[in-house]
Design a protein around this ligand. Structure first.
Ligand SMILES: NC(=O)c1ccc[n+]([C@@H]2O[C@H](COP(=O)([O-])OP(=O)(O)OC[C@H]3O[C@@H](n4cnc5c(N)ncnc54)[C@H](O)[C@@H]3O)[C@@H](O)[C@H]2O)c1
Length: 470
């Protein structure tokens, strides 16, 4: 395969690459050319998009596996408070739809329309007239086509992570969202975790001074789930590891960091370089478990360095092969303070220089910051019963609450189409860098230059309304 064809397949729709190493491009000028060739134009006009307020948001859910069921559950409080209604459910498997409808029947009177049975049945759901919002919780390769079709049917769309994993899909999402003026967002729940919101609130209030560096990750031992034949539908997740190499799951670490660094709101990613370690852990476990699949291209650990236009650096890591405690790292470094996650620790720099005393704040001092800078959104939702606020320690509820309430009130959403695409595009770019001996890869401008304009973060805006129902 010629170099140009290889790059086209990497940057284009081809999901599973089987390209010999000898045909990888050796110089970064051809990468630059190909990224330019793939790029389309962006108006960048969907920052702050306000849509018509929707008194009760009518939701259709596509994909009722592990995640679809969690998100369905997260809607309960909103349904019970007349902010939303689930009007349609779809999955390939009829039994999954029946089970979800049964669960929903315990707390919603209206029976949702049910769709199942073939791989295109979701299009019938997307055409259903009374739907305002599609929640898309299917395997990765379906996110972009489902979003595009949904927007073209006049629906707002919210996709699970990542919203896309090819550059062509990223550009298509921008194109159709700008054409239809529909919300097209990624459901990045980690942006709503209490720790990340606390750090963001401190940054916004100047505790960190000017930021220089951040680190994030998705370090999660998924071997048992990926190798199981019945956890993910048809082992879809494992199959990505057979044919691809790079960072496939960027957004849990990068979403919150991008908020910290004002990405799209005064700064942007400029370029990256990515490197994967050798693969050992997944294949050895696969052999022990007599898995049908035992050879994997994806290295155990991928490390990607991203530089921003204003000179900040980001280290982003990805490892779902190694037995280790879960971590998203959540480190941020500024001129006045440093935070490190897992567990959360805070360092505040002293005025006078001293060699001694470079220590994390003690628990008492840390807790003073924790209380003072607790994000207003977390405070606001304090009175809602824990029974509703589940899903990864509560962040899934906060995310769904915020999405639905902003739609109710016709307010801009916290995460927009540019954020969603930029956080996801790191995946194909990391693959390209890994494939070219860690060549430096430039980041396309998905915002039409609008990233240069400073804008406030929507997630820092409290819902200031006369709304007594919360
Ligand atoms: N944000 C988070 O914390 C989080 C957590 C878990 C999963 N996820 C994301 O959620 C998505 C789904 O993951 P999962 O763990 O639920 O996987 P899963 O395999 O359990 O669920 C996927 C579901 O999609 C259905 N499906 C497949 N093709 C379909 C089609 N053509 N039409 C309708 N339904 C179809 C499958 O039958 C299955 O029920 C992934 O994108 C994953 O990355 C996110």
């Amino acid at each position: 395969m010629k170099r140009k064809q290889f790059l086209k397949s990497l940057l284009g729709a081809s999901a599973f690459l089987t390209v010999p190493y000898s045909s990888y491009p050796k110089d970064s000028s051809s990468i630059l050319q190909m990224i330019e060739d793939t790029s389309k134009s962006s108006k960048g006009n969907l920052f702050g998009l306000r849509a018509r307020p929707i008194e009760k948001v009518k939701i259709g859910i596509i994909g009722l596996g592990n995640r679809g069921n969690t998100l369905l559950q997260m809607c309960r409080w909103l349904v019970e408070h007349n902010h939303a209604e689930i009007v349609a459910l779809c999955d390939l498997k009829a039994q999954k739809v029946t089970n979800a409808a049964e669960k929903l029947g315990k707390w919603q009177k209206l029976k949702p329309k049910q769709y199942s049975g073939n791989k295109n049945e979701w299009k019938q759901l997307a055409q259903q007239d009374n739907i305002d919002l599609l929640l898309i919780t299917t395997p990765w390769e379906m996110h972009t086509p489902m979003c595009l079709y949904g927007m073209n049917q006049g629906k707002h769309v919210a996709s699970e992570v990542p919203i896309a994993y090819t550059l062509e899909d990223c550009w298509s999402l921008i194109e159709v969202a700008e054409k239809t003026q529909k919300h097209c967002i990624m459901l990045e729940n980690c942006c709503y975790n209490e720790e990340e919101l606390f750090v963001l609130n401190m940054i916004q209030n100047g505790v960190f001074g000017d930021l220089t560096h951040a680190e994030g990750a998705y370090l999660h031992d998924l071997r048992a789930h990926m190798l199981s034949t019945d956890y993910y539908q048809d082992q879809w997740r494992l199959k990505h590891h057979i044919e691809r190499d790079g960072n496939f799951y960027t957004t849990h670490g990068l979403g919150p960091i991008s908020f910290y660094l004002n990405i799209g709101r005064g700064d942007t990613y400029s370029h990256l370089t990515s490197m994967s370690s050798r693969e050992l852990n997944l294949s050895s476990t696969a052999k022990k478990m007599n898995s049908k699949y035992t050879k994997f291209k994806c290295g155990d650990m991928n490390s990607t360095m991203i530089k921003t236009a204003l000179g900040k650096t980001i280290l982003l890591q990805f490892d779902v092969h190694t037995g280790r405690p879960y971590s998203r790292i959540n480190k941020v470094v500024g001129t006045k303070a440093v935070h490190d996650g897992y567990p959360s620790r805070l360092y505040i720099d002293k005025e006078e220089l001293s060699y001694w005393g470079h220590q994390w704040l003690n628990p008492e001092a840390y807790n003073q910051y924790k209380t003072k800078y607790k994000h207003p959104l977390i405070n606001k939702l304090e009175s809602i019963s824990e029974k509703f606020k589940q899903g990864h320690g509560g962040m899934d509820f906060v995310m769904i609450y915020r999405l639905i309430r902003c739609l109710n009130l016709g307010l801009p959403l916290d995460i927009n189409v540019y954020d969603s695409v930029m956080w996801s595009a790191i995946t194909p770019l990391s693959e390209l860098s890994v494939a070219t001996k860690s060549a430096s890869v430039p980041f396309p401008d998905f915002t039409g230059g609008n990233w240069k304009n400073k804008k406030p973060l929507e997630v820092m805006r409290t819902l200031n309304t006369s709304d007594t129902k919360k």
